[in-house]
Design a binder for this molecule. Structure first.
Ligand code: C5P
Length: 226
């Protein structure tokens, strides 16, 4: 029987947030953002272990109490890119080629149990795996010079990729080894192997906290117990 592992890369600095601490440690509802991302998986009975990857220079992790989590492991193995951090996390995990790995951004603290269940239900029998994603709602513009619109991009069949991104351990490891550091998500590395990951429809509550105003929205969603 294949097992399910969560892998949370949390070695970024969150430069776009402009805060004086890495964004995964910014406080939401009395806990660092990363705590909420871990909890979504640690609380799920199907998940065997939750592997977090932090930067070797991380001076924040030890300041918090993580003892309430029973399946949590941490590796000070962050790399120069998200892809490198994920690959380093995979290399310390005790997983078999056919086990599933759910890679999730530390900066998505509002993942609901319902969305995680939906991803597991829809992909557990899938030959490739896939990702949570939401159809693009806005009309998209490509910027040109001087803050002016260069062109309008059709949003037809466009989806915003979210996480978790769920793939077999063996496939994901070889995909990332081949892809190099340029990929910004796991699916694109798997796509480069010629496979077509499934899109599992999500919603915008699973937001990625990137800019300062995302933080208040995430705090409000967590206060509702989403
Ligand atoms: O910067 P961005 O929000 O795209 O990062 C997505 C996730 O990848 C975050 O959880 C961040 O901590 C992680 N990351 C990482 N190692 C890096 C860069 C980003 O683990 N070198």
């Amino acid at each position: 029987m294949s097992r399910y592992f969560a892998l949370l890369p949390a070695a970024g600095v969150g430069a776009r947030m402009g805060a004086d601490q890495p964004k995964q440690y910014l406080e939401l509802q009395g806990h660092p953002m990363l705590w909420h991302a871990i909890r979504a998986f640690d609380a799920h009975p199907a998940i065997s272990a939750v592997q977090v990857v932090i930067s070797p220079e991380d001076g924040w992790w030890d300041a918090y109490d993580w003892s309430g989590f029973c399946r949590l492991r941490v590796a000070r193995a962050g790399g120069a890119s998200r892809a490198a951090s994920v690959l380093n996390g995979l290399s310390v995990m005790d997983a078999e080629a056919e086990d599933w790995v759910l890679v999730h951004d530390a900066a998505r603290p509002c993942l609901s149990r319902a969305l995680l269940d939906k991803l597991l239900d829809e992909l557990s029998a899938d030959p490739v795996g896939g990702i949570l994603a939401a159809p693009v709602a806005d009309t998209l513009k490509r910027a040109g010079e001087g803050g002016r619109i260069q062109e309008t991009v059709s949003r037809e069949r466009l989806w915003g990729a979210q996480t978790p991104q769920m793939f077999r351990y063996g496939v994901l490891r070889s995909a990332l080894e081949r892809a190099g550091s340029g990929v910004t998500d796991e699916a694109s590395a798997v796509e480069a192997l010629g496979m077509s990951p499934r899109l599992v429809e999500s919603d915008r509550t699973n937001l990625k906290v990137t800019f300062p105003d995302d933080l208040a929205l995430a705090d409000w969603l967590l206060s509702r117990g989403s």
